[in-house]
Design a binder for this molecule. Structure first.
Ligand code: PLP
Length: 421
C-alpha cells in the first residue's frame, strides 16, 4: 500500500496535490511519501519482532539525506556500499554502530573512513579484501568487526543483472570455503568475526530462494560455531520484491518473509540484520513528468515526455515495467489509446513503454511513473546535459524540495577549460 491516491480526480501524494508541486518545482521531479517510507520500514521491524534485529536500509536504492534522516530517526540502520554512502548516513545523523558496509570493492581509504567514523561491521566479500582490512585496522590500532558474505549458489530467479547468489556472480565467498576463511580471520590481526552475511539478489518474488539460502546459512553457522567461532549476527541481505504492476503480481509480504526467518533461524540465538532497499523505497516514490508533444507516427502514437532514460533508467537497463498514470484521472470508462511513451534523449533505448493504454493525453498534461522510489533518482545522470532530476518529500499536507534542480550555470561551471587550450 502507498499514499499516492486520486482525490477528486487529481493524483495526490498524501494530502498534497501533484499539480501543486509541479507548479512550484517544474517537471520532471521525483516525489516521496514520508508515510509510505515509515510504513514499509515498520512492516519489517514488526515482522522480525520479537527476535533481536536491526533493519538496515539499503541506501543505494534511495540515498537522499532527508530520506535517510527520516528512516534513521525511526531507528533504522543503514547498509552502505561506498564511502560516499557512509558519509550520507552520517550526515543524516545515523551513528556508526548502526551502519554496515557492504560491497565487493571497498578501498583502503573507504575502510579507514569507516573505522575512524565508527562502523557496526564490514561485510567482507573476498580474501584479498579481508587481508587489506586486517592491514588497515591493525595499522590504525583498532579491531574491525566483520562478517563474511557467503555465496550460497542459489538461483534467485530474478533478472540476470540483479541476481547475485550464484557461484558465477562476483559476490561473496563460496559457502564451502567459509570454514577456511573464518579460521584465517581468527589468525589475522585487526579483525573480529561477529557474524555471517548473505545477499542473493534483488526483486525476488518468491520466498523459496531465500529459504534455500537461509537454510545453508544456518548449517554454516552451526558448523562455524562448532569450530569455535562465536557467530551471533546473521545478516540476511535485502532483495524482497515489490509489485510493479498493480493488481497482477503478489510478491511475498514482509510478514511472510519474517515468519520464514523465525522458522528457519529463530532458534539460533542470533541478532538478525536485514538490508531491504526496494521494498522500503520503491513504492514510496513517483516520477512526475510533463507531456511535451503527442506525435502521431506510422501505426503508433508517441507520448514525448520531459522525463527521459537519464532520469529513470530502469526500463532501458532492466527492461523494467513501471505503471504510468495520468495525474488528472481519466473518466471511468472514458476513451483510451495505446501510446509509445518516450523521452527526448537521442537513443531508441529512451523508451519507457510501448503501446501503453492511456487516456487521451495532450501537450502540458502530467503523468506519473509509479514504483519509482527505488533505483530511480539514485541512478539518474545528466546525459544530454539534462539537469539532474530534483527530489521532493511530502509529509501530510506539506512538501519540501530535498534536492533542487541544478541550474545550467552550475552544470557548466563544473567543467574547466585548461589554460593551454
Ligand atoms: C542491493 C543490495 C541490497 C538491497 O537490495 P533490495 O533489492 O533493494 O532490497 C541489500 N544488500 C546488498 C549487499 C545489496 O547489494
Amino acid at each position: 500500500m502507498d499514499h499516492f491516491l486520486y482525490r477528486g480526480g487529481i493524483l495526490h501524494a498524501e494530502d498534497v496535490a501533484i499539480p501543486d508541486i509541479a507548479a512550484v518545482v517544474g517537471t520532471p521531479f521525483y516525489v516521496y511519501s514520508a508515510a509510505t517510507l515509515t510504513r514499509h520500514y515498520r512492516l519489517f521491524t514488526e515482522a522480525l519482532s520479537p527476535l533481536p534485529h536491526l533493519v538496515c536500509f539499503a541506501i543505494k536504492s534511495l540515498s537522499n539525506v532527508a530520506v535517510l534522516k527520516l528512516l534513521g530517526d525511526l531507528g533504522a540502520g543503514m547498509d552502505v556500499v561506498s564511502g560516499g554512502e557512509y558519509l550520507r548516513a552520517r550526515a543524516a545523523g545515523v551513528p556508526g554502530d548502526r551502519i554496515v558496509f557492504s560491497g565487493v570493492g571497498k578501498t583502503r581509504a573507504e575502510m579507514r573512513l569507516a573505522l575512524e567514523g565508527g562502523i557496526r561491521q564490514f561485510n567482507i566479500e573476498s580474501e584479498p579484501e579481508m587481508r587489506a582490512l586486517s592491514e588497515v585496522a591493525a595499522a590504525m590500532g583498532v579491531t574491525a568487526p566483520v562478517t563474511v558474505r557467503v555465496n550460497p549458489d542459489v538461483d534467485a530467479k530474478t533478472h540476470a543483472k540483479i541476481a547475485t547468489g550464484k557461484s558465477e556472480n562476483k559476490f561473496g565467498i563460496p559457502i564451502a570455503r567459509a570454514s577456511e576463511v573464518y579460521a584465517e580471520i581468527a589468525r589475522l590481526p585487526g579483525l573480529r568475526a561477529v557474524g555471517i552475511d548473505v545477499h542473493i539478489g534483488s526483486q525476488l518474488t518468491d520466498l523459496a530462494p531465500f529459504e534455500a539460502a537461509f537454510t545453508k546459512l544456518r548449517e554454516t553457522t552451526l558448523a562455524l560455531r562448532a569450530e569455535g567461532h562465536d557467530i551471533r549476527r546473521l545478516d540476511l541481505g535485502g532483495g524482497l520484491g515489490i509489485p510493479y504492476t498493480r493488481g497482477n503480481e503478489a510478491p511475498p509480504l514482509p510478514t511472510d518473509y519474517g515468519a520464514m526467518i523465525h522458522r528457519v533461524l529463530g532458534d539460533l540465538d542470533c541478532e538478525i540484520e536485514i538490508e531491504p532497499g526496494r521494498l522500503i523505497s520503491g513504492n514510496a516514490g513517483l516520477l512526475v513528468a510533463g507531456v511535451i508533444y503527442v506525435k502521431n507516427g506510422e501505426g503508433r502514437d508517441f507520448l514525448i515526455l520531459d522525463a527521459a532514460m537519464n532520469d529513470l533508467v530502469r526500463p532501458a537497463m532492466y527492461e523494467a515495467h513501471h505503471d504510468i498514470v495520468p495525474v488528472i484521472e481519466g473518466a471511468p470508462g472514458g476513451p483510451t489509446q495505446p501510446f509509445d511513451v518516450v523521452g527526448p534523449v537521442c537513443e531508441t533505448g529512451d523508451t519507457f513503454a510501448r503501446a501503453r493504454e492511456l487516456p487521451l493525453l495532450a501537450e502540458g498534461d502530467l503523468v506519473a511513473f509509479r514504483s519509482a522510489g527505488a533505483y530511480g533518482a539514485v541512478m539518474a545522470s545528466e546525459y544530454n546535459t539534462r539537469p539532474l532530476v530534483p527530489e521532493v518529500l511530502v509529509q501530510g499536507d506539506h512538501f519540501a524540495v530535498i534536492r533542487a534542480r541544478p541550474t545550467f550555470d552550475e552544470i557548466l561551471g563544473r567543467d574547466t577549460i585548461p589554460e593551454w587550450l
